[in-house]
Every structure is written in structure tokens, then in C-alpha cells.
Design a protein around this ligand. Structure first.
Ligand SMILES: CC(=O)N[C@H]1[C@@H](OP(=O)(O)OP(=O)(O)OC[C@H]2O[C@@H](n3ccc(=O)[nH]c3=O)[C@H](O)[C@@H]2O)O[C@H](CO)[C@@H](O)[C@@H]1O
Ligand SMILES: O=P([O-])([O-])O[C@@H]1[C@@H](O)[C@H](O)[C@@H](O)[C@H](O)[C@@H]1O
Length: 377
């Protein structure tokens, strides 16, 4: 019997790289980096990959374990070279998701050869981007502004790939329960507006501002209810009758389905669209407004308000006007929402994201940077 690896090598190809160690220093609850990692890991597993997660732990460790993830804990992350070297013998590819992981990988000797890095936001410092460019065979930017930012920081374009976030559309779908309406005893015909985002770091002022606007929007509208969700929302926002502060939610699809409109950005916007809801996109970098078929591409090129080359100011009035418009849309609005969902599903499913990423895992040669960007926009 021939050994498959030997046969492939004789043919000039390397064996399939079907095991991946995904690195993320912190597993914090309700964060986009964490849900990206979880979605990627689950989809890879479905496609036959062996997946491990290398982390120092965090408040979402139990949640990840419950989802069946194999976790390798390095309590002292920064100094965990010995453990990481051991782990790297068990996996063929390593996929880093933050700058701490890149820095740790860069201290190994010899350097691992099969490194892929995803940049989720501008919090990747320029030095970490240059390090990624030196050690990785591929760097993924999750949106065009992050791609441009990486280029400006000195990443080699031949290694850069624009691959948008992917959403598990089998979980985030219109069909299913709307149990939060029952839990919070909303009347049958209530109009429910939901805001979702972590109340930490750069997203704290955004969350506080939107919560304030929604509170005043609700006043004088007895049939309207507001639900605020996200890590630490309970610390920063006060609940009052009909204005619910739900805190951290672990079953987000149920939350979206319980809403009539969702305000959010980044993955939140994509997930709510997948659940068939009209979305008002506003994020750390600016305001997009209602996501429509017409502005869908514009919205995605800004990661639904989270990423932009320059931060753009917006007014409370813009958000209120768009909310009013969404409330007034009836049948026509439903058709639009359905069409937006179709666009989303075509481009942002976890299957299609993982397919593109798996191609990078298998990749040996680099294309020119121009090809990389044209493939995905
Ligand atoms: C400022 C910035 O650059 N942020 C980026 C960061 O995510 P960031 O952490 O800012 O968050 P996102 O809004 O993209 O996603 C939040 C995630 O947390 C989940 N959630 C939220 C609240 C809650 O109570 N429970 C819960 O599970 C949501 O379902 C969602 O999947 O990485 C994401 C993935 O590449 C990008 O899309 C974001 O643009
Ligand atoms: O700032 P914080 O909320 O402690 O942690 C956050 C993570 O939960 C999030 O997933 C990531 O995308 C952010 O950049 C940040 O690291």
C-alpha cells in the first residue's frame, strides 16, 4: 500500500492541510472576534477538519466548550512558547486572530511555515501587521477599509486577502422561536426595536449613545418596546418599563427574531439580515442607515458602519428619521428585506467564507495582490 502523503509529494503536490490550530488570546463573551472563530471552527469541523483553539481562556470558555470545541489553554499566553510548539506538532496550519497571537508566533524558532492571520479591526497595531506580513503565508482582512489599512501599515499585498465575515445561516434564519417577546411580556402588536453590541472599549460610547437615542424614541410611543443586548449593557444602561436591558445573550438568533428592527454593525448587522429583519446599520466608524438592496454594497464596504478609512460624524436625527421610515414601510418593506437577505446569503454565509479560508490553508504560492482583491469584492 502506498502512503497517500508520499504519492502526493511524488506528484509535486503537498498533502491536504486538514487540521487547524486557531489562536485567539481572549475568549470574551459576545465579541465579534470570538463569534468569527466559533463559526469558522464549527464550519471547518463540518468539512472534515480537525480543529483546536489555543487561548488563555476568558468568560466564554464554557460556552465554547459546550459547543464542542477542543480547547488548549495557555494561562500565561505571552510566555507559552513551549506549549505552543508542542501543539504545532499536532496541527498542520495555525490561524491567528489577534496581535497577541502574532507576537507569540513571531518568537518561535524556527518560525512555523503554515501561518494564516485574520485582521478583524484597526486595533491590530502597525507593528503587528508588519510582523504578520513577515511570518504568515496569508493575511485575511475582513473588510475593504481593513485591507487598505493593512496596506498602509506595510503588509505585502501578495499576502493580503479580502474575505468577509461568514454567518451560520442555518442558525441565523427567519424560522424559529421569538421567545424574548414572551419572556418580556410584550403585547401582541408591539413594535420591538433591538440594539446589539458590546459595551466595552471603542463600542461603549456607541452603545451608550444609541441606547439614549432609542430611549427618547420610545417615549411617547406606547406600542414600541426597546431591547438592548450586549456584554456589560446592564452596567451602563438603565432598564425602565418597556425598555429592556437584556445583558449578554447567548442565543442571538432568538433575539433578532423577537425584534421588528435591529440596530447594529459588523456581524450583528449580517446576523439580523440573515434572520430576515430590517437593519439600521451604524457602527464605530459611521452611519449607514437602513440597509437596502441599493446601498448593500456601500454598507458592506464599510462593514455596516464599523470600518471606514476615516470616522464620519452622524446626528441623532439621522437615526431617528431612518427608524421612522422603517416603521412606516409595510408590504413593500418586507419584499425589500427579503431581497437584502438574499444578497447577504449569497455573499456572507459561513460556508462560503470557510471555503475561501480553506483555500488559503492549502495555498503554497502567493498570487499578486490585485488578483486577491478582485476575487472577493
Ligand atoms: C470595531 C471592530 O472593528 N469590530 C470588529 C470585531 O467585532 P466586534 O466585537 O466589534 O463585534 P461585532 O458587532 O462584529 O459582533 C458581535 C458578535 O457578538 C455576538 N453577541 C453580541 C451580543 C450578545 O449579547 N451576545 C452575542 O453573542 C453577536 O452575535 C456578534 O456575532 O470583529 C468582527 C469580526 O470580524 C468585525 O465584524 C467587527 O467590525
Ligand atoms: O474590548 P473587549 O470587549 O475587552 O474585547 C473585544 C473582543 O471581545 C472582540 O471580539 C474583539 O473583536 C475586540 O477587538 C476586543 O478585543
Amino acid at each position: 500500500m502506498y502512503n497517500v502523503g508520499v504519492v502526493l509529494r511524488v506528484c509535486g503536490r503537498s498533502p491536504d492541510l486538514k487540521s487547524v490550530l486557531i489562536m485567539v488570546k481572549n475568549l470574551r463573551s459576545g465579541g465579534g472576534t470570538e463569534t468569527y472563530v466559533l463559526t469558522l471552527a464549527q464550519t471547518l469541523k463540518k468539512q472534515g477538519y480537525r480543529v483546536g483553539i489555543y487561548t488563555s481562556g476568558g468568560t466564554w470558555l464554557g460556552f465554547f466548550r459546550k459547543k464542542g470545541m477542543r480547547i488548549h489553554i495557555a494561562p500565561s499566553y505571552k510566555n507559552s512558547q513551549k506549549l505552543l510548539e508542542k501543539m504545532l506538532k499536532l496541527y498542520q496550519v495555525v490561524h491567528a486572530n489577534d496581535q497577541f497571537s502574532v507576537s507569540l508566533l513571531a518568537t518561535l524558532r524556527p518560525l512555523p511555515s503554515q501561518v494564516v492571520v485574520t485582521m478583524h479591526g484597526k486595533y491590530f497595531k502597525p507593528a503587528a501587521i508588519r510582523k504578520s506580513s513577515a511570518i504568515a503565508k496569508a493575511i485575511i482582512a475582513v473588510s475593504p477599509p481593513i485591507y487598505n489599512y493593512a496596506v498602509r501599515c506595510g503588509a505585502k499585498t501578495a499576502k493580503l486577502h479580502l474575505i468577509p465575515n461568514g454567518i451560520a445561516i442555518e442558525t441565523f434564519r427567519p424560522q424559529g422561536t421569538k421567545s424574548l417577546r414572551k419572556k418580556y411580556k410584550f403585547p401582541a402588536g408591539a413594535i420591538v426595536i433591538g440594539y446589539v453590541g458590546r459595551f466595552t472599549s471603542e463600542k461603549l460610547p456607541l452603545g451608550q449613545r444609541i441606547s439614549r437615542i432609542l430611549r427618547s424614541f420610545k417615549a411617547g410611543r406606547p406600542n414600541t418596546r426597546v431591547m438592548i443586548a450586549g456584554r456589560l449593557s446592564k452596567k451602563y444602561v438603565k432598564k425602565t418599563g418597556g425598555y429592556i436591558v437584556a445583558g449578554l445573550i447567548s442565543n442571538m438568533s432568538d433575539f433578532y427574531r423577537s425584534c421588528d428592527v435591529v440596530v447594529g454593525t459588523g456581524r450583528v448587522a449580517l446576523e439580523a439580515i440573515a434572520c430576515g429583519k430590517p437593519v439600521l446599520a451604524v457602527g464605530c466608524s459611521g452611519f449607514v442607515g437602513r440597509v437596502t438592496v441599493k446601498n448593500f454594497n456601500y454598507a458592506w464596504r464599510r462593514n455596516f458602519g464599523d470600518h471606514q478609512n476615516r470616522r464620519v460624524k452622524w446626528t441623532d436625527r439621522q437615526l431617528i428619521n431612518d427608524l421612522n421610515k422603517i416603521m412606516q414601510l409595510k408590504k413593500n418593506g418586507k419584499t425589500q428585506t427579503h431581497q437584502v437577505r438574499n444578497l447577504m446569503i449569497r455573499q456572507f454565509s459561513s460556508r462560503s467564507m470557510t471555503k475561501k479560508i480553506a483555500r488559503l490553508y492549502q495555498k503554497k504560492q502567493f498570487n499578486s495582490g490585485i488578483n486577491n482583491i478582485l476575487c472577493y469584492v
